[in-house]
Ligand binder design. Sequence first.
Ligand SMILES: *Cc1c(COP(=O)(O)O)cnc(C)c1O
Length: 407
Amino acid sequence: MEEVFELIKKEEERQARTLMLIPSENYTYSEVRSALGSFLVHKYAEGYPGKRYYQGNEFADQVETLAVEEAKKLFGVPFANVQPYSGSPANAAVYFALLNPGDGIMGLELSSGGHLTHGHPKITFSGKYFESIRYGLDPEKEKYFDFEKIRELALKEKPKIIVVGTTAFPRTLNWEKFAQIADEVGAYLMADISHIAGLVVGGVHPSPAPYAHIITSTTHKTLRGPRGAIILVTDKGLKKDKDLGEKINKAVFPGLQGGPHLHSIAGIAIALKKAGSNSFRDYARQVVKNAAVLAEELKSLDFDLVTGGTDNHLMVLDLRNIGIDGKKAAVLLEESGIILNANTIPNDPNPPFRPSGIRLGTPAVTVRGMKEEEMKEIAGLINLVLKGKKNVLKEVETLCERFPIPE
Ligand SMILES: *Cc1c(COP(=O)(O)O)cnc(C)c1O
């Protein structure tokens, strides 16, 4: 047992003295960590508030209802399910609610920044049990989406659902254009905002609520909550199918999951409440500002950025002009305490385990209070490691000491 706590302590220290630049990671709040370690972890509550299969759920019902109401209010939607264990099962539940085996899922290719659960063929449930229809990015187009081509593909393949969501795309998503295509072919439009949910509620990325039928999101990325996910149905979604909420509830439980993780749901309620505050808006704004400065600074140091820059919290560097592959770069940076991940670039000539790029973002360093000045410093440190092959561990530790992880 001591061994495990030793390791947890070491992980805490590792996080304190390194720069967390993986854009899907973040620091949650101490209140959320308390909820995760609370007595709620003991309780079974299969079902939904007021309709449970077990007794003793008086307070569980109130916790879940709080989270549902916060989610509805925050995103301006009439329905929310807060039970999904994480982002992948949330997406699975939507497919099971709406599709039959073999129906088409149209999603962004993995190598272009889509997610495995968006119908990636062969190796995922979403591409094995459903028909996989892929659209890509087109570097020739401004902001990389060729909507005419995407429309033609949708008209030809007639997907039942079009998924729009990204894990490594640095630009604002044009929900309206995707909605026009989905409406024209009669498909459901599902917006997976796992990466950008915090930016949406912070007002620095347009909300998909007026355009999509369904929205899914993890709660542990820019939203700063515990690991978990939410599924939302919009007014537009209920107009298309008034039973959509009911279908989603049934797909989550009993369709896919058993007992909800009440401790996570309590954490979600806390994080959503905080995300509605003015200080969260300031945070989201600073995340985007920091990413813009980091991107500009890296560009001025001759790094190539996929799409030429960023509108959101992340960027992808194409390292081909530096003469180092993404995996080597990520390992080299880790030795200097700069933690990020290797990433494919659109139409990557390299194999996925040795892709040509790296992905980095600002959600976590912004929680530490870092601003524009520090972004310039970080760009300089990355430059020293990747071009000068200099170890900057000392400099990174000094920077981390100046900006401790908040309680
Ligand atoms: C992170 C992510 C997921 C999956 O979330 P997990 O909690 O890792 O299962 C799904 N979709 C998108 C767009 C994501 O960024």
